[in-house]
Design a binder for this molecule. Structure first.
Ligand SMILES: [Cu+2]
Length: 68
């Protein structure tokens, strides 16, 4: 497992936190550890899911993820 923290812009309230959490939790191989306004921490199995897939899932909800 690998732990990934995403920096997310565009989140402003609890609904955003829920939307991001749901988007990440829907991915196979991803285990959501923590979501707060502006960031999400996820444990992933790199053989199953990529960081790009995490980013795409969050950005599909209308937020922007900065890639470090
Ligand atoms: Cu919101």
């Amino acid at each position: 497992m690998q732990t990934v923290t995403l920096a997310i812009t565009g989140m402003s309230c609890g609904h955003c936190v829920d939307a991001v959490r749901r988007a990440l939790a829907s991915l196979h191989g991803a285990d959501v550890r923590d979501v707060a306004i502006g960031k999400a921490t996820v444990s992933i199995d790199p053989a199953v899911v990529t960081i790009d897939a995490l980013i795409d899932a969050v950005e599909d909800q209308g937020y922007t993820v900065s890639r470090s």
